[in-house]
Ligand binder design. Structure first.
Ligand SMILES: Cc1ncc(COP(=O)(O)O)c(C=O)c1O
Length: 494
């Protein structure tokens, strides 16, 4: 009965360009929950039975069931199989249905954090922005290095890491930043963190008090929004134009304590901050005695235009805190990044980082330091750059039919995503949903906006899918968007 329902649902999906099989099965199971074909408390057939009934591999079935378990729809009982969770509402919404009920138990801040902007559900599909090609990571080499460092580990390496992290890794980071990002720095200014998210939280905790103002780009990176909400700051959105954050006289009325920027490749519009704007913001930081938090999350991948210095590289007043991450170049689950702190703040930051975060993972840091020192990081970067450049060109070529229908592209010079801007009359969320029905993920630009209502577009990633997939799916994506653009134009004319 269940497998018949699933087969019929999947057959419907198959009439469209195919999604990965496990995703199709996942969607089918979601529909079964929604339509009460599967009821709360009901036991599912085993993965082996489902695989046999449906002619699928067991891995495919397990992947779909695991995803539903992670999302709270299913649970396993040892020795007795997989069940539909009792709490699953008929609607089987994307978010755990209990969220509204939980709200009463949460602090006001907790409620805001649970409901405001958030990481969209991780969908590993062609064009999902924010994803790099993890399959390119040299796993075997990494394993060898990790084994070596575990063998060499002495007891102190198993302690919390004091002093900002493993010195060889901090040295490698400092050398890289001096050479490629024009940052003038001393080794002791580098603190290894568990990534940009932790760097942002540390800066907010150390430099701003409750209800102090942080200027944030509008549209903005949700991770930064959440970090500032969690630390009780007042967010002041400042619009972004094609030169990056564009503060005007009205913003002077809300002077900042912190200014959060992604100047190399604004997230998500992709705007590259002009030199003039960089000086303007450094000037504001100087006169307001504010701190700039520079999130340089994807500067390693620059394809067009002259190389750009970081904002930290232009800073003569030590008002910029620079942060980078290994999430894009290596892989996000590594959970390692770095923060460069002005000299006057180093000791306070290191102490607070130690007290608040109890950092560790020294053998992992040692393996990464050697990975960089042996030149593997540079060659991984070179390979990735060449490969992403091809994917980017293929996507740009595929999107051409949209450009003659009123769309335009921003932010394709750098990084792993670009932004296809759409005319204001187009509902970008509806276009993204339509694309989603075809088995691809793109994100609507309006979903990243805090205050403004004038931006429409699609944030499209080219980091995850291999070139062949982009060549195959790019025209499908472009056709779907072009159809929506034509439709919107006809509607406006009617
Ligand atoms: C704007 C921006 N900053 C930073 C990061 C990386 O953050 P983390 O080091 O916390 O993984 C991302 C990842 O998607 C990002 O989009």
């Amino acid at each position: 009965m269940l497998s018949e329902f699933l087969i019929s649902h999947i057959t419907q999906l198959r009439t469209q360009p195919p999604m990965p099989l496990h995703r199709q099965l996942y969607e089918g199971l979601r529909a079964a929950l929604q339509l009460a074909v599967l009821k709360p408390g009901e036991r599912l057939p085993s993965s082996r039975e489902l695989a046999n009934d449906m002619g699928l591999s067991r891995n495919t079935v397990v992947a779909a069931l695991e995803q539903l378990a992670v999302e709270g729809f299913l649970c396993s009982r040892v020795g007795s199989g997989t069940y539909v969770n009792e709490g699953v509402a008929k609607t089987a919404r994307r978010r755990p249905p209990a969220l509204a009920q939980q709200a009463r138990a949460l602090s006001r801040r907790g409620q805001e954090l649970a409901t405001a902007f958030s990481a969209a559900e991780l969908e590993i599909q062609p064009f999902t922005p924010g994803l790099a090609d993890f399959s390119a990571f040299p796993v075997a080499l990494w394993q060898r290095l990790q084994n070596k460092h575990w063998r060499m580990t002495y007891p102190d390496m198993l302690d919390y890491s004091y002093g900002g992290g493993h010195a060889p890794l901090r040295r490698a980071v400092a050398d890289y930043l001096r050479l490629f990002r024009s940052v003038t720095l001393d080794l002791y200014q580098v603190i290894i963190t568990s990534g940009t998210q932790q760097s942002l939280e540390l800066c907010a905790q150390m430099l701003a008090d409750y209800q102090d103002t942080v200027w944030i780009e509008d549209p903005a990176y949700w991770g930064a929004i959440k970090a500032f909400m969690a630390t009780g700051l007042k967010l002041h959105p400042v619009p972004v134009d094609e030169e990056g954050m564009a503060p005007g006289p009205q913003d002077d009325k809300t002077p900042p304590r912190l200014i959060y920027l992604t100047p190399s490749h604004q997230y998500p519009t992709g705007a590259v901050m002009s030199l003039q704007r960089r000086h303007q913001l450094l000037g504001i930081a100087r006169t307001q005695r504010a701190w700039i938090l520079e999130d340089d999350y994807d500067s390693e991948f620059r394809f067009d235009g002259p190389p750009l210095s970081s904002l930290a590289g232009l800073d003569t007043d030590e008002r910029v805190l620079y942060m980078g991450s290994f999430s894009k170049v290596l892989y996000p689950g590594l959970k390692l990044g770095y923060l460069v702190v002005p000299r006057s703040l180093v000791e306070a930051f290191k102490q607070a980082h130690y007290d608040l975060n109890r950092p560790g993972q020294m053998p992992l840091q040692a393996a990464l330091a050697e990975f960089i020192a042996m030149g593997h990081f540079a060659s991984a970067l070179r390979r990735a750059r060449a490969s992403y450049a091809q994917r980017r060109s293929s996507l740009l070529a595929a999107l051409k039919p949209c450009l003659v229908r009123g769309a335009w592209i921003s932010g394709a010079e750098q990084g792993l995503h670009l932004c296809l801007r759409l005319p204001e009359a187009v509902d970008d969320s509806a276009v993204a949903r339509r694309v989603g029905q075809l088995g691809m993920t793109v994100r609507p630009l309006s979903a990243y906006c805090m205050q403004r209502r004038d931006l429409r577009g699609l944030v499209i990633g080219y980091g995850y899918a291999p070139l062949q997939a982009i060549e195959q799916w790019g025209p499908v994506l472009a056709k779907a968007i072009a159809a929506e653009l034509t439709h919107a134009k006809e509607k406006a004319a009617a």
